[in-house]
Design a protein around this ligand. Structure first.
Ligand code: ATP
Ligand code: FE
Length: 323
């Protein structure tokens, strides 16, 4: 069974093909260079780029898998959350394909996609899922597919956003996560950063204090590699402390770490030492992509969820608990 998945929630055009739960093709056209000159994603430009890239990418994905459109069994796309104009391009395109091919269509929540990318075949809920990306730092209890309970979220910046902002302070490129990680590896010693929200009652996250601390250290002219390493260590310690506290309180022993930040090697090492059973997305599936959307749709289909009506619109705001 072949599933086509499309993600155009932000500035990456993602097209993936999944066969019986296995990722066969995963193509991502990044718009990073286009938006760089503006210092952030320009929504209208992103929509136009998706419009240009998407048909070509779908054609290429089908060619790489040796498929014709009518070989597809299911079509899925990100419905939200994200930039509404950008979402509409992929979502409407996918609905059009499903309609023309007379195939079921699945409207997928972007974070369910991120979680599906880290969710190994055969693992049954309940478990914990941390989504750490450019726009989210959310800790969920996954009770079942489509049943999520939010335990905590960031009070300010998302984890990936903090990496991006610190990278910018250090004069590094975008996206900042991989750049900060590379620089941190060059440092022998780390400049210590205080770990945020220690001793809190709940399971919240906060990264803006780390960013401010980084700014002060940059202004003092302290060595950049040691600073990057200190920031990264504190950010990871914070994520790990909150998640481990939640695991202890709820009794969950299984954790998925998803979203772009899950690609960080130091973070993976830290979580592997935590005494939990931890799963990360395979290489290439942590950042935004279409294959994760196809994987989520495949799970929904197998789980007996009905397809989505084509009358359902895309939405910029959509809490995962309502997916
Ligand atoms: P959201 O899913 O919340 O809408 P997004 O889709 O923009 O946000 P992703 O594509 O999942 O986010 O992740 C991108 C983020 O991940 C960026 O902020 C980037 O800096 C961060 N990131 C990527 N690689 C690493 C890394 N190795 N270490 C830390 N952060 C990383
Ligand atoms: Fe994302």
């Amino acid at each position: 069974m072949w599933v086509l998945g499309i993600d155009t929630s932000c500035d990456d055009t993602g097209v993936g093909l999944v066969r019986d739960g296995e990722v066969v093709v995963n193509l991502v056209a990044s718009q990073v260079r286009l938006h760089e000159a503006f210092g952030g994603v320009v929504p209208e430009l992103a929509s136009r780029e998706h419009l240009k890239a998407l048909p070509l990418l779908v054609e290429r994905a089908l060619a790489e898998a040796g498929l014709r459109p009518k070989d597809l069994d299911l079509v899925a796309a990100t419905r939200g959350p994200g930039l509404i104009g950008a979402l509409l391009v992929g979502y409407t395109f996918a609905k059009g394909m499903a309609f023309a091919l007379e195939r079921p269509f699945y409207a997928i929540h972007h974070l369910e996609g991120h979680i599906a990318a880290a969710w190994p075949e055969g693992l049954t809920p309940p478990f914990l899922a941390l989504v750490a990306s450019g726009g989210h730092t959310h800790l969920y209890e996954v009770l079942d597919l489509g049943r999520y309970r939010l335990l905590g979220a960031t009070r300010d910046d998302a984890a990936g956003e903090a990496f991006d902002k610190v990278a910018r302070l250090l004069g590094l490129g975008f996206p900042g996560g991989p750049e900060v990680e590379r620089l941190a590896e060059e440092a022998e010693e780390a400049i210590p950063f205080p770990v945020p929200l220690r001793g809190q009652e709940g399971y919240d996250f906060s990264f803006s204090g780390l960013k401010t601390k980084a700014l002060h250290l940059v202004e003092k002219g302290l060595p950049k590699a040691a600073l990057a390493k200190g920031f990264q260590e504190a950010a990871i310690a914070h994520l790990a402390e909150v998640v481990l506290k939640a695991a202890k309180d709820t009794g969950h022993r299984v954790l998925l770490v998803a979203g772009g930040v899950a690609a960080n090697r130091a973070l993976q090492e830290r979580f592997k030492e935590a005494g939990l059973k931890v799963y990360f997305p395979p290489k290439g599936l942590s950042q935004d992509n279409g294959a994760m959307i196809a994987l989520a749709a495949w799970r929904r289909y197998k789980g007996g969820f009905p397809p989505s009506p084509l009358s359902l619109g895309a939405t910029a705001y959509w809490p995962l608990e309502e997916a």
